[in-house]
Structures are given as structure tokens and as C-alpha cells.
Write a protein that binds this ligand. Structure first.
Ligand code: RFL
Ligand code: PHB
Length: 385
């Protein structure tokens, strides 16, 4: 097989890249280890930044998002006995959208179907060869296949093979805790997300739709999910989110899914080696507290697609040469913001840290300067920042 751009991974980064390349007149083939059903039902991110929504709309992917998504003006920041609304619209003139990654993934899948895009699901043994004249080998339906390409892009997430084909420097941070995430068949108890600091640990009240609530609890790293019955989960959420405080109530309901998610920060640079590029989680991971992972993946491919169009159609390498540095500027901004939100909100066993966190939260919630910094980063900086 031969194509202009071989894309490894059919997550949001890979499918959006193939879509943007097609808009620019460049062909691609996408290969993916999982089945399409698995990829489209994987429960992950829920928050889209303003610039992510604008980009999706600008390439015809915004109709269902506008219809079924929910625009939020801001978030609530809370600690025991206090809840404060941070109004992003008032502070920076833009908000965020609640629209699940599952839905983004389905919209992308349909758009690629309509365009006749080749996406090969359920492949095995993906290997990237020769960064100067790249090709990818894999097995599909038991048949060994070779895909030759002008460029290979690794959109293969945090465990994919492409990262190791791109030599460079890495930075990482592990946190001593994980998130226990649950999806519950119950109407959200809040109009906008609640980020709660609590001495027992952080809690987050998010949502997916008028009938589906998404909730998270800080738990020790390597927690066994079997230790957390549904009742224990709801009790911890009620305590940490302040059930009964000022008349607010957390409504319980059937838990449809629960899992433990590790937290880490990771960056690899450069995001390119020869004609092999990295985008999205393949190059960087952020802890989910700032809701940045999916948005960063989108921002990467928004830079990479025009760079590859210029490289392959006009033989102009300038944008491709700048891609890694430009992408990493935003990556580090989001890495810092995600680390900052994480360390401000998660309980450690150090009482000095707890006082610093509460002081920081009071400042963010009461000072326009403090709140604006959070709002500008959370609602998202323009693509290309
Ligand atoms: P993905 O989505 O992981 O897709 C990579 C794809 O590559 C495939 N793959 C391979 N394909 C072929 N050959 C191989 N050898 C392959 N190895 C792997 C994989 O099967 C997969 O389909 O990466 P991508 O596209 O870079 O997208 C990144 C986002 O998925 C991720 O950053 C977000 O989900 C992170 N995230 C959040 N981001 C936000 O912006 N807002 C949020 O609110 C938010 N919440 C979250 C999150 C991530 C979470 N988890 C579980 C990681 C909440 C959670 C719980
Ligand atoms: C989610 O709804 O899954 C979600 C929302 C905000 C975050 C992380 C995850 O910071």
C-alpha cells in the first residue's frame, strides 16, 4: 500500500488529522489496533475548549456538538463550607463545551466514512521503519502488510510504538494518587462542573448529558476498584462535594461504569524525527485535572495538518520544521496548568501543603487577577499560542 501520510492511531488526533489533511488535498491511511466499536465507546474526556470547538466547526464537525453539547460559562471551585463560581465568560470572554470524547470520536468516524477515508481497525504488530524514507508494517486480518508513505504520524497515544521511533529528551512527573471515575445514570446535581478540595481528597462533579453524570474521586495510586462499592463511592462523593451544605444535594443513581485512572505528566521533545512526527498523547500526557489532554491533541494536529499540506503539496518545509517548537510551546503551557490545578486541589499528607492550597484557592476565588489566570488557561489559549 502507498499513501502520502500514514497515520498510526484512530483516536481523536489521528482521525482529525486525516480529516484536516483531506480538506487540504492530502491523502492518508489510518491504522488502529482496536476495533471501531471499542474506540467509539471508550469513556474519556468531556470538556472542549473554545478554540477546539471553533476548529471542529470550521471543518464541518460542529453540527451535533452545537445541538447536543452544553456550553458552560465557567466552573465552581470549592473547599469545605465555601463554593465559588469562576465565570470564564466575564473574565476572558469565552467558555467551554461539555461534549464527550465518545461523541467527538463518532462525529469524526462518520465524517471520515462520508469521505471514503481508509481506516484499518484491529491491526497487530505495528512497526515504524526508516525515518528518512518511512514505511509502516502491520498485520491486518492475518495478512502482513507494508504501507509506504511520504510522512508517518504517530497519533498512537501514551502506549503506542511511534514514540520510541523518535529519539529525544523526556520529562515526567508521577503523582502519588489516582482518580476513581464513575459514570452514573442520573441527572447532574449541578449546572456547571464542581472542582472540590477536601481533606479526604479531591472530588469532581462533571456530566455528559441531562441524564448522565460523570464523577471523580482522588484515591491512592494503585487502588483496587474492588475496594470501592457503589455505596462507598456515593458516600465519599457526598462528603467531599458538600451534600447538605447550603441546601445543595448530590443525587445518587445507578453506576454504569467505574475505573481507576493513573495520573502523570509526560513530555517528549522534539515531536519529530526526519519524516516521522508525533501528535497528541503519543508525545505528551497531562493529568486530567485541567481537562487539557484532548484539547492539546486537537491543537497539535491543527498545527501539523497545514504544515504537512505545505510540505507535500508545495514542497515547502518551513511549517513542518517549525511544528515541534510551536506545538511544544502550548504543550508546556498546558503541562504547567494541569500540574498547577492538580497540586492545588489534591490532598497530600503534608499539613503545610494543605494550608498553601487553601490560601491559593482563596486567592483564585476572590481576586480578579487570580481568577483570570485560571479562566484564560481553562477556557484555552488560541491555537498557535
Ligand atoms: P488516544 O485517544 O489514546 O488515541 C490513540 C489511538 O492509538 C491507538 N494505538 C495504535 N494504533 C495502531 N497501532 C498501534 N501499535 C497502536 N497503539 C495504540 C490506540 O488504540 C488509540 O485508539 O490519543 P489521542 O488521539 O492523542 O487523544 C488524546 C486523548 O484521548 C486524551 O488526551 C484525553 O482523553 C485525555 N483526557 C481529557 N482530555 C481533555 O481534554 N479533557 C478532559 O476532560 C479529559 N478527561 C482524559 C479525561 C483522559 C482520561 N483517560 C482515561 C486517559 C478523562 C480520562 C478518564
Ligand atoms: C470529564 O468530564 O470527564 C472531565 C471533566 C473535567 C476534567 C476532567 C474530566 O478536568
Amino acid at each position: 500500500m502507498r499513501t502520502q501520510v500514514a497515520i498510526i492511531g484512530a483516536g481523536p488526533a489521528g482521525l482529525l488529522l486525516s480529516h484536516l489533511l483531506a480538506v487540504g488535498g492530502v491523502d492518508s491511511v489510518v491504522i488502529e489496533t482496536r476495533t471501531r466499536e471499542y474506540v467509539e465507546s471508550r469513556i474519556r474526556a468531556g470538556i472542549l475548549e473554545h478554540s477546539t470547538v471553533e476548529l471542529l466547526e470550521s471543518v464541518g464537525l460542529g453540527a451535533r456538538l452545537r445541538r447536543e453539547g452544553d456550553e458552560h460559562r465557567g466552573i465552581y471551585l470549592q473547599w469545605p463550607a465555601e463554593r465559588h463560581h469562576i465565570d470564564f465568560h466575564e473574565l476572558v470572554g469565552r467558555g467551554v463545551w461539555v461534549y464527550g470524547q465518545t461523541e467527538v470520536q463518532k462525529d469524526l468516524g462518520q465524517a471520515r466514512d462520508a469521505a471514503g477515508q481508509q481506516v484499518v481497525y484491529d491491526v497487530r504488530d505495528t512497526t515504524v521503519h526508516d525515518p528518512a524514507e518511512p514505511y509502516v508494517t502491520f498485520t491486518a486480518d492475518g495478512v502482513a502488510t507494508r504501507l509506504d508513505a511520504d510522512v508517518v504520524v504517530g497519533c498512537d497515544g501514551s502506549f503506542g510504538p511511534t514514540r520510541s521511533a523518535v529519539p529525544g529528551q523526556t520529562w515526567q512527573r508521577t503523582y502519588g494518587y489516582s482518580w476513581l471515575g464513575v459514570l452514573a445514570a442520573v441527572a447532574p446535581s449541578t449546572d456547571e462542573l464542581i472542582y472540590a478540595w477536601h481533606p479526604d481528597g479531591f472530588a469532581l462533579n462533571s456530566m455528559r448529558s441531562p441524564t448522565v453524570t460523570r464523577l471523580y474521586l482522588q484515591v491512592p495510586a494503585e487502588t483496587d476498584i474492588a475496594e470501592w462499592s457503589d455505596e462507598r463511592i456515593w458516600d465519599a462523593l457526598a462528603t467531599r462535594l458538600g451534600h447538605g451544605q447550603d441546601g445543595w444535594k448530590l443525587t445518587r443513581g445507578p453506576i454504569m461504569e467505574k475505573s481507576v485512572l493513573p495520573m502523570r505528566s509526560f513530555v517528549q521533545a522534539p515531536m519529530r524525527h526526519g519524516r516521522v512526527f508525533l501528535a497528541g498523547d503519543a508525545a505528551h500526557i497531562v493529568p486530567p485535572t485541567g481537562a487539557k489532554g484532548l484539547n492539546l491533541a486537537v491543537a497539535d494536529v491543527a498545527l501539523l495538518a497545514p504544515a504537512l499540506v505545505a510540505l507535500l503539496r508545495e514542497k515547502d518545509p518551513r511549517l513542518a520544521d517549525e511544528y515541534s517548537d510551536r506545538a511544544l510551546r502550548r504543550v508546556w503551557r498546558c503541562t504547567h496548568f494541569s500540574w498547577w490545578m492538580t497540586t492545588m486541589l489534591h490532598a497530600s499528607d503534608d499539613p503545610f501543603d494543605a494550608q498553601l492550597q487553601l490560601s491559593q484557592l482563596r486567592w483564585v476565588a476572590s481576586s480578579t487577577a487570580g481568577a483570570t489566570g485560571l479562566a484564560e488557561n481553562y477556557a484555552g489559549l488560541p491555537i498557535g499560542f
